[in-house]
Write a protein that binds this ligand. Structure first.
Ligand SMILES: Cc1cc2nc3c(=O)[nH]c(=O)nc-3n(C[C@H](O)[C@H](O)[C@H](O)COP(=O)(O)O)c2cc1C
Ligand code: SF4
Length: 487
């Protein structure tokens, strides 16, 4: 729990009081008093755009698993998670989770990999999801299902969960020391990048053959695609100018269009960022993380190591290149875009606002609802500038019991085209489906942002909602997590 005063949303008993809370913090978050059901609910509005047909506005966000088999095939845990994704009734499944295009590119030794020996396993995930969607909704239509393709770049850990094996594009003055990257260690060469581009082509072709509707070329959270966008200091074809920093995207897209011509492409983007944060030693004590503060960066101005940050004051965003990037996506005829922010590794409070920090994080430096409002405001601005894109908004889970009220208002007022659900899907996949069916909300399943789904993998355990999902809550894993946290 934080040491700055934060009103726990679980303690707020009604929408009126929630709106007063927003008002007291001067936050502009749309919120409906009443939830509507059926076609009257904006959550149930269909959408026909960019060659896609959606039956509602619920999206399941990608959530990386730490529970695949060592060879990159899904395990029983993975299958169960995809079954639950399907039971959300969402008409857009954004990748389910990040799938590595090669073993070396895995973010953890239990991440899914797209390779010939995993084709059958990945196909089974999709089939399981479609079946559970049909059982939940009673409908014969199919949700639009994609695969998020990724190479983890700086955050690769393909072999041992606590041994980073970073593949970097440039040296970062703050992140290199954190990851133990020596100053003279080599960066990925242009030839190695060409090999990674080919891996994306192969993976996309396979996803197409397996029946997925789209692939996401992940450009967020500090992974390789995102790192390209901030490669200001890299010399050569992939660094420096905006044109060079987006070459990777253009090369991946060009190949996919020729190898998998019927496949749609999407991009998940960290639309803004800030410098890496760390716990303040002044407020830290044994067993208790300090409040998050930015790493010292006064000596690094102008700041050249971020995307969409103000180089004169890098704790502030500058959306000019984000706007340029979205214009490029339109030019490339990519219509499906998912907006997120920052990175879970170096500034989790802007990426997934939470009341309780993950074990490698820090106490919230702001009321987490400020982080929700920030992501929503950026999504709203970009939506108004790019009305033809299909934009998925992110970071709704912190809203907890008021998520459906905000979702309904944000969709009706056109702030976003889809409400993307991350953590909430792990604890309560059907929240928005229930709300828009007129069913009562199961409050005991509402995600309270305990962050165990992030802490568990940091300790080498499978991701899942340990506090609220009975499957984990009552398992041996819960005991293991408890003892790992105590250490
Ligand atoms: C356990 C976990 C795994 C995640 N893995 C991914 C991932 O593979 N790809 C991705 O783009 N985002 C990933 N995210 C981020 C979520 O998609 C989402 O952006 C974030 O949780 C904020 O949304 P929320 O407030 O609904 O949770 C992950 C989040 C969690 C909690
Ligand atoms: S562990 Fe469960 S309650 Fe905690 S943040 Fe994750 S999904 Fe939410």
């Amino acid at each position: 729990m934080s040491t700055i005063p934060i009103l726990r949303l679980g303690a707020i008993k009604n929408v009126q009081r929630f709106k007063e809370h927003l008002h007291s913090l001067s936050l502009n978050i749309p919120c409906d008093d009443e939830l509507l059901a059926g076609p009257e609910s904006s959550i149930r509005w269909p959408l026909l755009r960019g060659g896609f047909k959606f039956t509602n506005r619920i999206a399941v966000q990608p959530m990386e698993g730490w529970d695949a088999l060592a060879d990159g095939n899904p395990s029983e845990y993975t299958l169960r998670r995809w079954r639950r994704f399907g039971s959300s009734g969402a008409s857009l499944i954004w990748g389910g989770e990040a799938v590595a295009v090669s073993h070396e590119g895995r973010a953890n030794p239990n991440q899914l990999v797209l390779a010939p020996h995993t084709f059958a396993g990945l196909a089974a995930l999709r089939v399981t999801l479609l079946q559970s969607y049909r059982e939940t909704t009673g409908r014969d239509d199919k949700p639009v299902v994609g695969l998020q393709l990724t190479h983890s770049g700086r955050f690769c850990r393909p072999n041992v969960h606590d041994r980073p094996e970073p593949k970097i594009l440039y040296h970062h003055p703050i992140l290199d020391p954190r990851l133990g990257v020596p100053a003279d260690s080599p960066v990925l060469t242009d030839e190695q990048i060409a090999g990674i581009v080919r891996d994306f082509h192969r993976a996309a072709r396979a996803a197409w053959e397996l029946g997925f509707d789209f692939v996401d070329i992940k450009h967020c959270h500090g992974y390789l695609g995102h790192e390209f966008l901030s490669a200001h200091t890299r010399p050569g074809r992939y660094g420096g100018s905006f044109q060079n920093r987006t070459r990777f995207l253009r090369e991946v897209v060009e190949g996919i269009r020729s190898f998998a011509p019927g496949l749609q492409i999407s991009v998940r983007l960290s639309a803004f960022d800030t410098v890496p944060f760390r716990p303040d030693p002044e407020t830290s004590s044994p067993g208790k993380l300090g409040i998050g503060i930015p790493e010292p960066h006064a000596h690094l101005i102008p700041y050249h190591w971020g995307f969409s940050v103000n180089s004169a004051c890098p704790t502030e965003m500058d959306l000019s290149e984000t706007i340029q990037f979205l214009a490029l996506l339109e030019h490339l005829e990519i219509r499906l875009v998912n907006l997120t922010a920052g990175s879970p590794y170096y500034n989790p409070h802007i990426q997934r606002p939470a009341f309780y920090p993950p074990s490698d994080g820090y106490q919230p430096p702001e009321d987490p609802i400020v982080g929700v409002a920030r992501q929503l405001a950026v999504a709203r601005q970009l939506k108004s500038q790019f009305p033809q894109l299909i934009l998925v908004g992110t970071a709704f889970s912190y809203l907890q019991d008021f998520l459906p009220h905000v979702a309904q208002a944000a969709l009706r007022e056109g702030w976003v085209d889809f409400v993307g659900l991350g953590r909430m899907v792990l604890s309560y996949p059907g929240l928005l489906f229930d709300a828009s069916e007129g069913r009562s909300i199961q409050h005991r399943l509402v995600c309270r942002t305990f962050s165990d789904c992030t802490t568990a993998p940091r300790k080498g355990l499978p991701s899942g909602c340990y506090p609220l999902d009975h499957y984990y809550k009552a398992s041996e894993l819960a005991a293991k997590l408890k003892s790992a946290k105590a250490r």
